[in-house]
Write a protein that binds this ligand. Structure first.
Ligand SMILES: Nc1nc2c(c(=O)[nH]1)N[C@H]1C(S)=C(S)[C@@H](COP(=O)(O)OP(=O)(O)OC[C@H]3O[C@@H](n4cnc5c(=O)[nH]c(N)nc54)[C@H](O)[C@@H]3O)O[C@H]1N2
Ligand SMILES: Nc1nc2c(c(=O)[nH]1)N[C@H]1C(S)=C(S)[C@@H](COP(=O)(O)OP(=O)(O)OC[C@H]3O[C@@H](n4cnc5c(=O)[nH]c(N)nc54)[C@H](O)[C@@H]3O)O[C@H]1N2
Ligand code: SF4
Ligand SMILES: [Mo]
Length: 905
């Protein structure tokens, strides 16, 4: 075997870490951090370092699949048939209903070359601005914030500013989970300079708060009031930079008038914090030599997202904290190439090179470069509007690439109805397992991480060359190649006999054509090419032709790309989140990320190891809230909003405040029947059109689901998943997950009002291999006890409990330990369902804190009770020594061990 290493990038978050892919040309064998990549200097987080364990081939889309009627199943076809069919349907639809009857919904996870191909296809060939991306759910409020306040969509800072800053404000970002390698850099910086102040602003007490000198647990959605309150104090205390304001800004007079009313008392009360906390925060912001802010979805995913962004940037302008080392407003980008999307114009209102679709001059410039007469003037639909129009029947053909809207968009009942209603849905996907795949009339298999070449821009404007390590499986092709192939076929129908707009054969050619559209613009990257990055390493834009190096920091000269050259103070008043708590919906639901899962889990959900930290969907509630609701941890409830409901188990968690609930965003309908976004709301910010995914009014309703089922099966997890999930459609509560490391297994938990027809249980048993072979079974239908365990070579390989499932955790532990003992046999053949002794009352064998070294929380707690400190734990157990993602949690356990705590099992 010929082992090789290819330097590429991680396909998850916007930190944009460099990875070294170890492979044999066909298969990816391992991954490690690239020591020479400036984003991570060799570090990776728990997701990056397990990349090679994900992406199970059995879950991949390998061949084009087509169906010619909604009632039919898709069947395998070849690329030629697939794309000819798609070109026919698009051409006919455009001829009959006009160019705005088709739309493209793409993704912040595409490569720059992919985006460029899609943009040219939609705007130059089809003649529509109906091309939007999932960045609408993610970064569009930051785009508006930067443009309104500073004149261009350009994060002005560099990662090294994290190390150089005296005061870092992390707001609406759980970077310990979502941008872990940057968080490691910040931890290290604070270790070296403990005087550095860290402020975290988040309604929840997250792992990120572990680093905070000050945590402001503001009430959801109150950030604008908080920022105005801080500004009020900065003005009052004269902690402002008059020279900077005078020379480089405009609009402060109006803002002063506005924030006059945001007195400390009023703000503290509105935000649910103390006046002292507010004053402390303002003092650090106003008096630190350098002040950096980092933010993410807590600001952007809001009906006031644009106002939140600008209100935060106001603080930097009034203190002159921008364009200097360790200072500036620095949005953390979510997806690996959301930046590239913004650069190439991949939101409906943008055009390539940071241009605007509404600007006739911009349209003319791009049209001239592309050699077409004109670009469409009518505004394109943004994501939420697009799916509304889809539902209303106006969009008749939709092309989706690299995103899973049937999981990630809010108000899923409406989204699924829209997808069902669309005559022709094309899905360009790497995994055929996603929720959206069920709605696709044409599924096109896409090459994925490690299998395609191109470029990406990370949060600090740094462009990396993404290199291909292995050949894509089956017939999967790179996105840019699929898009260009389709475009050439559509071109033959829409503009026959004209020279092709899409005569591009390699990603390098695509990049070179694209980059000249940035020439002379704020992001000018015309000096960069794939070859140049290979020579000089990843580079930060602007990097104009002839430059020798990239640009680390923007606005050092105080000149901003606005009409006047001055930055703008923006005076938006505070507006409350759309759904306030009321008598009918007394709780605010917050959604967000887990440490080891990525979005809809098409990739991370294939690796059992990544379920070790959090194994299943649970709704977190404060212990007081649980008591008030008369609930106990583990109870199932119906979580209801104005739009829909989902049944989920509750957990006690004092990191959320009473009156709030937290549910991770990852669980779609596949893993948790209904999915998280059944309840979230489509209301959006008026300027950025970004939906308020972070806050929904909800209530909890009790459910009576006495009939329960628990199943576990080892082996081909994907195949079992695919076969089992559809059988569960009639049950009220369905939760699936993976467990185990060496011997992964699928876990199924079901609850229902009554027992299903016996045949359904038989079908489930059939799938689990429990109808025959080395199976021990006990059935007492009268007492609704049904137990089946498959034992092979002394080991449990499948379990099914039906009716009542008291023994599930005990059995799962036995399975994990790998032995089927006499006690198990006795229990199995006895007419009792509860496990022997008290063992059944304990939860399944605790969570894995450290994924790299496979160290459980109970092992860490035991170590702490033996008197080990962090270093001792690292030395003895190895936890926290590799990627470091678990260190904040270990520190918290250490801190809480000062008080007596129960050791979790
Ligand atoms: N592990 C992991 N990492 C990821 C991703 C992933 O799926 N998994 N996805 C990537 C992507 S695309 C993105 S966009 C980022 C998201 O990264 P983050 O935005 O950091 O992650 P979230 O957990 O969505 O939300 C951050 C925090 O916002 C808080 N919040 C909620 N409402 C408010 C509010 O009104 N004000 C304030 N100040 N805070 C609020 C939440 O409590 C939450 O802790 O993560 C990226 N990194
Ligand atoms: N409730 C709630 N909902 C949210 C959020 C939240 O915080 N709360 N966050 C929102 C945010 S910020 C985001 S970014 C979205 C993310 O939402 P999605 O975009 O739906 O997230 P993913 O699951 O990452 O979808 C990417 C898809 O691309 C596929 N894929 C992977 N590699 C390739 C490739 O190379 N080519 C192609 N064609 N496909 C590929 C993957 O299998 C996956 O299905 O979710 C949003 N939804
Ligand atoms: S921080 Fe983790 S997920 Fe993000 S790019 Fe780096 S390794 Fe990948
Ligand atoms: Mo995102």
């Amino acid at each position: 075997m010929n082992r090789q290493t290819t330097a590429s990038t991680c396909c998850y978050c916007g930190v944009g870490c460099g990875v070294l892919i170890e492979h044999d040309g066909e298969r990816i064998l391992g991954v490690s951090g690239d020591p020479s990549h400036p984003a991570n200097h060799g570090k990776l987080c728990s997701k990056g370092s397990t990349l090679h364990l994900t992406g199970d081939l059995t879950a991949r889309a390998l061949y084009p699949e087509l169906r010619l009627g909604k009632a039919l199943a898709r069947s395998r076809t070849d690329w030629d048939t697939a794309l000819e069919h798609a070109a026919n349907v698009f051409a006919e639809t455009i001829a009959e209903h006009g160019p705005d009857s088709v739309a493209f919904y793409i993704s912040g996870q595409l490569l720059t070359e992919d985006y460029y191909a899609f943009n040219k296809l939609a705007r130059a060939l089809v003649g529509t601005n109906n091309i939007d991306s999932n960045s609408r759910l993610c970064m569009s409020s930051a785009v508006v914030g930067y443009k309104r306040s500073l004149g261009a969509d350009a994060p002005p800072c560099s990662y090294e500013d994290l190390e150089l800053s005296d005061c870092v404000m992390i707001v609406g970002s759980n970077m310990a989970y979502a941008h872990p390698v940057l968080f490691r850099r910040l931890e290290q910086a604070k270790r070296l300079r403990p005087q550095m102040k860290v402020i975290v602003i988040d309604p929840r007490r997250t792992d990120t708060c572990d680093l905070a000198d000050l945590h402001l647990a503001i009430l959801p959605g109150t950030d604008v009031a908080l920022f105005h309150g801080i500004l009020h104090l900065l003005l009052w205390q004269d902690w402002i930079d008059r020279d900077f304001i005078q020379a480089h800004t405009e609009g402060l007079a109006e803002l002063k008038n506005l924030v006059h009313d945001y007195s400390p008392h009023m703000v503290a009360q509105l935000c649910g914090i103390s006046v002292e906390q507010l004053r402390q925060c303002a003092e650090w912001v106003g008096t630190s030599p350098s002040f950096l802010s980092l933010w993410c979805m807590g600001l952007n995913q809001s009906s006031a997202g644009s106002a939140k962004n600008s209100a935060l940037i106001n603080l930097h302008l009034v203190t002159g904290q921008i364009g200097r080392p360790g200072a500036g407003p620095f949005s953390l980008t979510g997806q690996p190439n959301a930046m590239g999307g913004r650069e190439t114009g991949s939101l409906s209102n943008l055009l390539p090179g940071h241009r605007d679709a509404a600007n006739p001059e911009h349209r003319a410039e791009v049209a001239a470069y592309w050699g077409v007469e004109q670009l469409p003037a009518s505004p394109g639909l943004t994501a939420i509007e697009l799916f509304e129009q889809l539902r209303g029947g106006k969009i008749k053909a939709l092309w989706i690439a690299c995103t899973n809207p049937a999981q990630s968009l809010p108000d899923q009942n409406a989204v699924r109805e829209a997808l069902l209603n669309c005559p022709f849905v094309v899905l360009q996907e790497a995994f055929r397992t996603t929720e959206t795949a069920a709605f696709a009339d044409l599924l096109l298999p896409a090459a994925s991480w490690g299998e395609k070449e191109g470029s990406v821009t990370n949060s600090e404007r740094r462009i990396s060359h993404v290199r291909r390590a292995v050949t894509a499986p089956g017939e999967a092709r790179p996105d840019w190649a699929i898009t260009l192939d389709f475009a050439r076929r559509l071109e033959q129908r829409l503009r026959p006999q004209q020279p092709s707009l899409f005569a591009l054969d390699t990603p390098a050619q695509v990049f070179d054509e694209y980059k000249l559209l940035t020439r002379g613009r704020d992001l000018d990257l015309s000096g960069i090419s794939h070859a140049l990055i290979d020579q000089l390493g990843p580079q930060q834009w602007p990097f104009p032709t002839g430059a020798e190096q990239g640009t680390a920091r923007l606005y050092v000269d105080g000149r901003f790309p606005t009409a006047s050259g001055r930055a703008q103070f923006v005076s938006d008043p505070y507006r409350a989140a759309k759904e306030q708590r009321d008598a009918r919906f007394p709780l605010t639901l917050i959604t967000g990320r887990l440490r080891d899962q990525w979005h809809g889990m098409s990739r991370t959900g294939t690796a059992a190891q990544l379920f070790g930290h959090v194994s299943e969907a649970v709704l977190s509630l404060h212990p007081d809230e649980l008591r008030r609701q008369n609930l106990q941890a583990g109870d199932l409830v119906s979580l209801k909003s104005r739009r829909g409901s989902v049944i989920v188990a509750v957990a006690d968690d004092d990191s959320v405040r009473p009156g709030q609930a937290f549910l991770p965003m990852h669980w779609g309908d596949r893993f948790l029947k209904g999915g998280v976004n059944a309840v979230t709301q489509p209301a959006f910010d008026p300027l950025s059109k970004q939906p308020e995914l972070k806050h929904s009014g909800v209530r909890l309703e009790p459910v009576q689901l006495p009939w329960q089922l628990f199943a576990l099966i080892e082996g081909d997890v994907q195949r079992h998943f695919e076969a089992l999930r559809p059988l569960c459609e009639s049950f009220a509560y369905v939760s699936l997950s993976l467990a185990g490391r060496e011997r992964p297994a699928l876990l199924l938990r079901v609850a229902n009002a009554e027992a299903p027809a016996p045949q359904l249980l038989k079908d489930i048993d059939q799938l689990l291999g429990l109808n025959e072979g080395p199976v021990l079974a006990y059935d007492d239908p009268r007492r609704s006890i049904g137990k089946r365990v498959r034992i092979e070579q002394g080991r449990i390989t499948a379990i099914r409990l039906a009716g009542e499932t008291l023994a599930q955790h005990w059995l799962q532990n036995l399975w994990l330990k790998g032995k089927a003992d006499e006690q198990l046999r006795r229990w199995l053949l006895a007419p009792m369902s509860a496990p022997p002794g008290a063992a059944g009352l304990i939860a399944a064998s605790g969570k894995t804190l450290c994924n790299c070294k496979n160290v459980s929380q109970s092992a860490v707690c035991a170590g702490i009770s033996r008197g080990l400190d962090l270093d001792g734990l690292k030395q003895e157990l190895g936890c926290g020594t590799q990627c470091g993602s678990c260190v904040p949690e270990i520190k918290r356990l250490l801190a809480s061990s000062a008080q007596p705590v129960a050791i979790p099992l």
